[in-house]
Write a protein that binds this ligand. Structure first.
Ligand code: GLC
Length: 542
């Protein structure tokens, strides 16, 4: 059955999707790791927050060499997180709360523990089971050089040698061998995995490394520029990013989803250099949506925000796609911290060895509050990362001994990794792990998290949590009816726009308070005594 396009519920076009990093959301069985039981117990919280959907990071069976992005079995839940029956119950209950559920599909690579990879490396050279991966002889007289000069995103070479002398490709950690998407069984397997989860009523999938998958035939060496850009950012005609062969694969997946009723969606994590290239992923028979990470890199200036938003709206509008907005996720320094760093700081470097005294945490949170109103007033979909509704900062001082992200070791300690944004959620003011549910969470939680917990903020006027709740409620009433946006001139350094409903959003990115006119719907912080909008503050006006 193909659902009539006109009848599809395109809920994602305006949805607020809350990203659940399941390992760190809520721990139902007290073993230190978040799980499905914990998530189920907090669905009421997510309903009251007012989100439309949740996206759950990988929950499949996995040795967790890369936080679950190393999948050993795509059709089962990792015992640390629960059972398949619990996953099914979660989806049911979320739906009862009016919350859609998006999974995370990891098609570029499996875990080294996946049966296919185990079969391949235990088979003799030349065995057909090896063809499901990129397993090749090396270069040089004795094959001791890798097949190409490709670098792994996490650092080090992208090829690892097997004991029998052949090499296998892994664009990420060695525990994540890349699948060969030219292989028919790989193609049919993933269509089947999609059906497996669609049959369990998942509403869609975020697709990991959507710009990977296809590699240039013969594995040509990458040039210098391409090697430098190996950090998952595409460039023109790159040997492994954003290759044209990706699109027929996506069309197969889309056909599977189109066979299901109820508006199932695919959102691409595609790091693609130019809007024209991204547009290809969003053709009517491919992805429904793509992440847009551009705000996440923006300087805190009116000009930077305006340029990015203008370009995003233009390029997405031109192809009929609804834009998306993201400030934080499980891969980047939390924005309450990023926005507190001096202009122009490279936050990845800062995290590794930057001067901590330059961080202005108060400014960071003040701006994070303002940017919440900015982002939630824009047309399109918004992705929130768990904990941003509490104003959580990056935990930048995790001791080296607890770092878990493979990036830390693989980079030879030249990149700190992503653990600091993955620290568990605080639910209560006191108690072990602030109500996360364990005595000893998998990453230590800083003492300051208690005062930022859900309990500390719920029903407290002026808290970040109440700001998000109020904004999400008002957004439903005033900001999702149409996709119209008009930029307004509001003075130097002041970013302002009007939406179709007439609601205006004004963000003061200048260095002095500014006057405002109209009825105030919501402000990200108190106005001045004379009713002006302070620096780093946003307002919704009618
Ligand atoms: C994506 C994920 C990241 C993961 C990588 C490899 O970028 O967001 O967390 O490490 O893919 O799967």
């Amino acid at each position: 059955m193909t659902t009539d396009a006109a009848q599809i519920d395109r809920w994602w076009r305006t949805a607020v999707v809350y990203q659940v990093y399941i390992r760190s959301f809520a721990d139902g069985n007290g073993d230190g790791t978040g799980d499905i039981a914990g998530l189920r117990s907090r669905l009421g919280y997510l309903r009251d927050l007012g989100v439309d959907a949740i996206w759950i990071n990988p929950w499949y069976r996995s040795p967790l060499a890369d936080g679950g992005y190393d999948v050993a079995d795509y059709r089962d839940i990792d015992p640390q997180y629960g059972t398949l029956a619990e996953a099914e119950a979660l989806v049911r209950e979320a739906h009862e709360h009016g919350i859609k559920v998006i999974g995370d599909l990891v098609p570029n690579h499996t875990s080294e523990q996946h049966v296919w990879f185990q079969e391949a490396i235990n088979a003799p050279i030349g065995d057909p089971s090896r063809e499901r991966y990129h397993i090749r002889p090396g270069k040089g007289p004795d094959g001791s050089e890798p097949p190409s000069d490709w670098r792994s995103v996490f650092g080090g070479p992208a090829w690892t040698r097997l004991p029998d002398g052949e090499w296998y490709l892994h664009l990420f950690a060695p525990e994540q061998p890349d699948l060969n998407w030219e292989h028919p069984e790989v193609r049919s397997e993933f269509c089947d995995v999609l059906r497996f989860w669609m049959d369990r009523d998942l509403d869609g999938f975020r697709v990991d490394v959507a710009h990977g998958l296809v590699k240039a035939p013969g594995y040509p060496d990458a040039n210098e520029e391409q090697r430098l850009l190996a950090g998952a950012r595409g460039t023109e005609n790159h040997p492994f990013w954003d290759r044209d062969g990706i699109h027929p694969i996506v069309r197969e997946w889309r056909a599977v989803l189109d066979g299901y009723a109820g508006g199932r969606m695919l959102v691409a994590e595609a790091w693609v250099p130019r809007p024209e290239r991204l547009a290809l992923y969003l053709r009517p028979d491919e992805y429904h949506q793509s992440f847009n990470f551009s705000l996440l890199e923006a300087d805190w200036t009116e000009a930077a925000y305006r340029k990015i938003i203008e370009e995003s709206l233009e390029s997405q509008g031109a192809i009929g796609a609804a834009p998306t907005w993201v400030m934080s996720n499980h891969d980047v320094v939390r924005h309450a911290t990023r926005l507190g760093l001096p202009e122009g700081t490279d936050w990845r470097d800062w995290l590794l060895n930057g001067d901590r005294t330059v961080l202005d945490a108060d400014t960071g949170v003040t701006r994070a509050r303002a940017v919440a109103l900015l982002m939630l007033a824009l047309p399109g979909g918004t992705y929130l990362y768990q904990g941003e509704e509490l104003g959580l900062p990056e935990v930048h001082d995790l001791p080296e001994a607890v770092l878990d992200d493979p990036v830390w070791e693989r980079s030879g300690h030249t990149a700190k990794g992503r653990d600091g944004c993955r620290v568990p959620m605080p639910w209560t003011n006191e108690g072990p792990a602030f109500g996360f549910g364990s005595d000893e969470p998998w990453l230590p939680m800083p003492a300051e998290f208690g005062a930022m917990s859900v309990e500390a903020q719920a029903e407290v006027e002026g808290s970040v949590l109440e700001l998000y709740r109020a904004a999400l409620a008002l957004r439903r009433d005033h900001l999702v009816d149409d996709e119209m946006l008009e930029f307004l001139e509001a003075g130097d350094g002041v970013f302002a726009f009007r939406r179709g409903s007439g609601v205006r959003c004004v963000v003061n990115m200048s260095t002095a308070p500014v006057g405002i006119d109209g009825d105030v719907l919501l402000t990200s912080g108190p106005l001045t005594d004379t009713g002006e909008l302070p620096v780093d503050t946003a307002v919704w006006l009618r």
